[in-house]
Design a protein around this ligand. Structure first.
Ligand code: AVJ
Ligand code: FE
Length: 350
């Protein structure tokens, strides 16, 4: 995998953080997932022990480096062997068209996960792209009325994007760009992290417990804010969208600005008329199935995460492949998470 070429074996095996898998686990898990969907027949088991090691539901991420997982060279060999078999199966008894796209997207999503781990490691990594600057903070008025949320697409869409259904929304306003680093610095200078009233109860508890004073990777230098990005400490680019904020910080900066987060329905309705930023955007929505949801092709992709624990993020980051970053795509994470390339766009009532 090209992404991991500049990474040495020691880092591939490391448990960089309790919330991330060792990179070499992601690597072999990509192969295991491909084997599961493109090689095996119904109910068939993986090679010795691989279902236990690489099914994401068997062990917590924090435990994975202490399991007898494949070493980097073995993982790469496994990936190649699976690919060879998958191509043979494709000729003889191809699987459903859908699962080929599933496997492609799954690999691309894990590549973004691995970039989060690489960023967390603090080890230099060559050539992370610059983000596009956000230009202005004016908003658009989205008129009241019905629109179609979600899709009935069965080739690329995940089960959680289906079915398409009409949602009637009151008018609202949405900013054209995500919140920039510059605006977030103003929030900080204005005492944003000290003012109780900007924070939800859960957000305030989190803030007290974690003693957070700035987005993840920010550091105050003698001449202003700096940030760590892939092992480099650099001046914070003011016009870039803010990254690495939790849902709680997103809510707080919105309250400070006298605004609020959009719901995911608002986000999707407006998404044609605003510029997509280079960060995932937190919404106020919890991750739930749409009315009429049916788990497909397995409940562990989406359904087991439904409930009020996770918040939905929309859009896509600089690390998200365009094949994944479609307008109906729903990402989700716990509200305290900041390792994701996450920012926020502000909404308000019309
Ligand atoms: C959609 C990013 C929340 O990483 O847990 C990867 C994607 N699902 N393998 C995750 C996923 C199964 C998922 N997110
Ligand atoms: Fe996975």
């Amino acid at each position: 995998m090209e992404l991991l070429e500049p990474v040495d074996d020691e880092l591939l095996m490391a448990q960089v953080s309790p919330i991330m898998s060792p990179l070499v686990w992601d690597l072999a898990h990509i192969g295991w997932f491909e084997e599961l969907w493109l090689v095996r027949r119904d109910g068939e088991q993986s090679l010795e022990g691989f279902d236990d090691l690489y099914d994401a539901f068997r062990h917590e991420r924090a435990e994975r480096s202490s399991l007898p997982i494949l070493q980097p060279a073995e993982a790469r060999a496994y990936l190649e062997a699976v690919r060879r078999k998958a191509l043979r199966v494709l000729e003889d008894e191809p699987r459903d068209a859908y699962v080929y796209r599933l496997v492609v997207q799954h690999e691309l999503q894990h590549q973004e996960t691995m970039l989060q781990t690489l960023q967390l490691s603090g080890v230099p990594y060559p050539g992370p792209p610059q983000l596009r600057p956000a230009r202005e903070t004016e908003d658009v008025l989205v008129p009241a009325g019905p629109f179609t949320l979600g899709t009935d697409d069965r080739l690329w869409a995940y089960d959680n994007e289906r079915p398409a259904h009409v949602v009637d929304l009151p008018a609202f306003r949405l900013e054209r760009f995500p919140v920039t680093n510059e605006r977030f610095m103003e929030f900080i200078e204005d005492g944003g992290y000290r003012e109780r009233r900007y924070w939800s109860e859960d957000g305030w508890s989190w803030l007290q417990a974690e003693r957070v004073e700035a987005p993840l990777y920010w550091e105050r230098g003698p001449e202003g804010w700096l940030r760590w990005r892939f092992g480099q400490l650099e001046p914070l680019p003011p016009a870039e969208p803010v990254q690495h904020i939790s849902f709680f910080e997103a809510e707080a900066v919105a309250a400070w600005a006298g605004k609020r987060l959009p719901t995911e329905a608002e986000w999707e309705k407006a998404a044609q008329g605003v510029e997509r930023g280079d960060v995932w955007e937190w919404t106020s929505s919890t991750f739930e199935g749409y009315p009429g949801f049916e788990a497909f092709p397995y409940p562990e992709y989406s359904e087991v995460f439904f409930g009020d624990e996770h918040r939905v993020l929309r859009g896509g980051s600089w690390a998200t492949d365009p094949l994944v970053a479609r307008v109906t795509f729903r990402n989700w994470d716990l509200p305290q998470r900041r390792q994701i390339f996450s920012g926020v766009r502000l909404a308000s009532d019309a």
